[in-house]
Design a protein around this ligand. Structure first.
Ligand SMILES: Cc1ncc(COP(=O)(O)O)c(C=O)c1O
Length: 448
């Protein structure tokens, strides 16, 4: 095992190197302390390895240049928001064209009905609504599920992440009770009131949660991605589908990250039929949009609710949702990116990345593993976890920070929350090979 003292010693050299090569980022970060909460525009930006965040200047394709002129191969891609590639030309053009024609009018634009038809073809959900973020799409889907079933509770997977939706910021504690997850700020109510968390890949826990008859819906990712990639065991998703049907519970699949599996997401790839489906982040090419779709039956029942004087205060929708800008951006994204031909480039790159990492693990006989889902890949400091709790237990913060900063200092950005890399068709084999050589050198430092 790699001793903490070894990591700490190596880390201090990396921090010095980082500070020397990022003088302008440091200056600007110091200035930001007086005006931005904790010096950053939003909390996750504090998670980057290093004493202050790198300040971006521009991002194009699969790379980012910072204000000090350092260039990075960007395997973070805005945590999936820019999976299309940064500043993807036809998407940028469509957004720019729309900017001459008005961004938001409170009237439908024809782009979004084109988009809804396209989303039907991709994901099989009959009818769609639009909003600003995957968080909103999840929140609105939960409301609809509660309204339609008259049931108060939701089920999610232990250690899931579905955005800043209060009821989903949960884990199971040691006594098997649903509690707020570490880090959740100011929960509205104790989450045990609203939510039952169940371990991923555990059908008997799922059945116990549903058989009590108080659950409106199960909200889940087809594979966990936010505590790292945890793939479904054979029969797990089919079992969840059967149980949700058996107990009359709505199954909502959140494909916001698992779209990395292919153009129709993981659920269609694996043959699992959702009742409702959420897709955010990447479908706007990087601008804030999301969509949620539903089966014809659910749509029919929801449409019965969509009338009357008070529809504007239903708790669903939002002033800037479904704007003309959103329509133009999503239409261009679905036309020019996230297509089979894009995945045909990006998935082999993720396979190459995984193979490079695996060879180093094998060479140095490390007790680590690599996991891949479509164009997303990551390494673990453990065996492949089978559920969120196992995944959380295998996290090694100091080792992870060191490896991320080592990579960053040599021109590679990984997703800051775990050892994850996402590929766009704009990455190249040499980008991937750069990662392999930096990873190799980092491992050699750690074990020498
Ligand atoms: C699966 C999943 N759903 C929803 C969200 C929330 O997305 P947003 O922060 O854009 O609302 C995330 C964010 O990481 C996510 O990973």
């Amino acid at each position: 095992m790699i001793a903490d003292s070894r990591i700490a010693g190596l880390m201090s050299a990396e921090v010095d190197m980082f500070i020397k090569s990022h003088p302008r980022s440091q200056e600007e970060s110091t200035r930001s302390q007086s005006s931005l909460l904790a010096g950053v525009p939003m909390p996750w930006m504090k998670r980057w390895a290093g004493p202050f965040p790198v300040i971006a200047d521009k991002a194009v394709g699969g790379s980012i240049v910072d204000i000090d002129g350092n260039t990075y191969v960007d395997f973070c891609l805005g945590d999936t928001g820019s999976m299309t590639g940064h500043a993807n030309a036809p998407i940028s053009q469509a957004i720019s064209d729309q900017s001459q024609r008005g961004f938001t009018t409170m009237l439908p634009s024809s782009d979004l009905s084109w988009v809804a038809n396209h989303l039907f073809d991709r994901f099989g959900m009959a009818k769609w609504q639009f909003c600003l973020s995957a968080t909103d799409a999840n929140r609105f889907s939960l409301r609809l599920a509660r309204q339609l079933t008259g049931k108060p509770k939701i089920v999610v997977n232990d250690w899931c992440y579905h955005g800043t939706v209060d009821e989903t910021l949960v884990i199971l504690n040691e006594e098997g009770k649903t509690v707020s997850r570490p880090g959740a700020i100011g929960p509205q109510v104790h989450p045990g009131v609203t939510t039952i968390a169940v371990p991923y890949n555990d059908l008997s826990a799922m059945e116990s949660a549903l058989e009590g008859g108080e659950v409106a819906c199960v909200l889940m990712e087809p594979a966990l991605t936010n505590i790292g990639i945890v793939l479904p065991q054979s029969g797990y998703l089919e079992g969840v589908r059967q149980l949700t049907r058996k107990y009359g519970v709505i199954l909502i699949l959140d494909e916001t990250h698992t779209i990395c599996a292919g153009p129709q997401g993981a659920s269609r790839l694996w043959g699992i039929e959702a009742d409702m489906l959420v897709i955010g982040k990447t479908i706007g090419g990087g601008i804030p949009v999301a969509a949620y779709g539903m089966s014809a039956d659910i749509a029919h029942r929801v449409e019965n609710l969509m009338h009357g004087h008070d529809l504007d205060v239903s708790g669903i929708g939002g002033t800037l949702s479904g704007s003309a800008l959103a329509g133009a951006a999503i239409r261009a994204t679905l036309t020019h990116a996230l297509r089979q031909e894009d995945f045909d480039v990006a998935i082999p790159l993720a396979t190459r990345w995984s193979k490079g990492v695996q060879e180093v693990i094998d060479q140095y006989q490390l007790p680590w593993t690599v996991q891949q889902l479509g164009c997303r890949a990551e390494y673990w400091f453990s065996e492949h976890p089978q559920n969120g709790a196992q995944a959380a237990a295998s996290v090694n913060d100091s080792l992870e920070s060191y490896m991320h900063l080592y990579a960053l200092n040599r021109g590679i950005l990984l997703t800051p929350f775990h050892n994850m890399a996402l590929m766009t068709p704009f990455h190249s084999e040499s980008d991937v090979d750069l990662h392999t050589s930096v990873f190799t050198a980092c491992v050699q430092e750690l074990i020498s």
